[in-house]
Write a protein that binds this ligand. Structure first.
Ligand code: AMP
Length: 545
């Protein structure tokens, strides 16, 4: 494929606003591409150059690009910057400048998609003292050969911002459509191998190839993520759950094959060189080939230290030995995704955990399984007392889903900020909660006048909701549709993530992610937060941004 064909497709996509039409256009192109072109096209169309797992980075900043454009177009760098400011887009500016270019490449051959990719790979792999000059030479060469439209997309790709509105989801669906394979198999293969380009090649081979997908050591997979929630909700939804401490450190993924051990950060950057002590501990703790998931914490006299200490170690490139002496690190391993050639992500967590305990001697994070809420709450309290952030509550039957922030992992930690508000109304619940109140309208006060500031619907156990219904049903003074109004008498303490300005409530503010913490039996309605207090919280937030 010529790069110009790619550019024309990008231009076409840029003019489309509908998701389905966009998917159709991409899906129609994929089958005609060669095996070399297919992965490159799939990544380029999302504005990515290398597989997500790859450590390769282009590392081209606007400065270098503007200089190269200036050279090729026979303009000063200042003129290039002026054009970017005027058009508001580097791609359009380069397109305009290349239309007047003076330095034509001597061999004015056209660029090909794979040729551009191999130049990009050269850019990413040059290092040493002459690397900036080398990079500049390659970028000039590419721009010198490019036509104006090619220049638009080349420039944006060089800065890894294609801006044509194509995201991962669109490309996944286009791959499934192009090769008539199941979308969920495509999504699953992408989770395992972390490169949609290679997934497209497998999709071309068919569903069996997609199903056979395996994690590869040293190709880090995205981390599984957690949502916020409560122990009560999780036990209510799943019965017995697995509870672990939520460590206040840094996430890691550890890969080991034979004696080759490497560690990756949450962003999948390799940090092996910064933490040789941790590598040594884990390497010595197993004779197997593994991929492990865990959190490294800093400790002093056996007690956890704040996570800034871990960061100081993880970011270090020089004087590593000295840093090891100052900050002691300990890994806590809570999952295993790969063992001796076998991919484990689809096994239930209970099985992965059992495997983990047999293959790793030491460093396995303690875990409690049960459905006794008071007992689990006690572990949460112990976690806080021991200096951890809270607990993680995990569904025992769940697969490991890389990159997914789902409800199979729930983090429970004290709300960052809490606020006391009067309960002034409610809405009837739904489903099994239809006969009780499911969400509550909360108000702050302005010189004794109560002004609504939001609704809270999460953080309650069934028992709490039943008790609040019993206590509030006699305070109902008006009812309309699903909503009731109360004589204000009780006060809730709620946690929230952020105060926002809002026209939805008469206070002028709203709470983001409000969550019930407890009933303030010790407080009366006259003592709830004032509207000035909320305004001050809002201002404080702005300052800390
Ligand atoms: P957050 O960063 O608040 O979204 O919380 C999720 C993070 O908690 C994960 O990405 C891990 O870095 C960290 N974490 C600490 N302990 C655990 C654990 N036992 N299981 C999973 N994640 C944990």
């Amino acid at each position: 494929m010529d790069f110009t064909d790619f550019s024309c497709i990008c231009e076409q996509i840029e003019g489309i606003s509908g998701r389905l039409e966009m998917i159709d256009v991409i899906a129609s192109v994929l089958p005609g591409l060669s095996d070399d072109e297919l992965p490159v096209f799939v990544r380029f169309v999302m504005g990515r150059i290398f597989p997500d797992w790859s450590p390769l980075k282009l590392g081209i900043g606007p400065n270098l690009l503007y200089e190269a454009v200036g050279y090729v177009a026979g303009k000063k760098k200042e003129e290039v910057i002026a054009a970017v400011n005027e058009t508001g887009d580097v791609g359009l500016a380069v397109e305009r400048l290349l239309a007047t270019k003076t330095q034509m490449s001597f061999f004015a051959e056209s660029l090909t998609l794979t040729g551009v990719f191999s130049d990009f790979t050269r850019i990413a792999t040059t290092d040493g003292s002459r690397s900036q000059r080398e990079k500049m030479k390659i970028v000039r060469g590419l721009l010198g050969t490019a036509g104006p439209l090619d220049g638009r997309y080349l420039a944006r790709l060089l800065l890894e911002e294609l801006r044509i509105g194509v995201g991962e989801g669109n490309v996944r669906d286009a791959v499934a459509k192009a090769f008539s394979v199941d979308q969920t198999l495509v999504a699953h293969a992408y989770q395992a191998i972390n490169d949609l380009g290679r997934v497209a090649l497998l999709a071309r081979q068919g569903e069996t190839a997609l199903r056979d997908v395996r994690i590869e050591p040293f190709h880090p997979v995205k981390m599984m993520l957690a949502q916020q929630g409560t122990i009560t909700e999780m036990v209510g939804d799943h019965g017995a759950v697995a509870v672990e401490y939520k460590y206040d450190g840094t996430r890691f993924q550890f890969h080991k094959v034979g004696d080759d051990c490497r560690m990756y950060s949450r962003k999948l950057e390799e940090v092996t060189g910064a933490v040789p002590d941790v590598i040594e501990m884990l390497c010595a703790a197993t004779g197997h080939d593994v991929i492990l998931d865990g959190e490294v914490i800093a400790v002093k006299d056996g007690k956890p230290r704040p996570f800034q200490f871990v960061l100081r170690r993880f970011r270090r490139k020089h004087a590593v030995e000295e840093a090891i002496g100052r900050v002691e690190l300990v890994p806590n391993v809570f999952d295993i995704m790969y063992l001796d050639g076998e991919t484990l992500i689809d096994r239930p967590f209970t099985e992965r955990r059992a495997i983990l305990e047999t293959v790793l001697s030491g460093y396995v994070a303690p875990q409690w399984v049960g459905d006794d809420i008071p007992a689990l709450e006690k572990i949460y309290q112990e976690a806080l007392d021991a200096g951890h952030e809270g607990v993680m509550v995990k569904v025992p039957g769940a697969a490991y889903t890389p990159g997914v922030r789902g409800r199979n992992w729930i983090k429970v930690k004290p709300a960052v900020d809490t606020i006391d508000l009067a309960v002034v109304g409610a809405e009837w619940g739904e489903g099994r909660r239809a006969h009780i109140f499911g969400s509550f309208l909360l108000a702050c006060q302005d010189e004794g006048v109560l002004l609504p500031v939001g609704k809270v619907a999460t953080g309650f156990s069934d028992d709490q909701l039943a008790a609040f219904y019993a206590a509030l049903k006699d305070l109902v003074i008006a009812e309309k549709g699903k909503e009731v109004v109360f004589e204000p008498e009780i006060v809730f303490e709620v946690g929230y993530a952020e105060v926002q300005k809002s026209t939805n409530y008469t206070s002028g503010y709203a709470l983001r992610f409000p969550r019930f913490v407890r009933l303030r039996e010790d407080k009366g309605v006259a003592e709830v937060e004032t509207v000035e207090g909320i305004a001050a919280r809002y201002e404080r937030q702005l300052k800390s941004l």
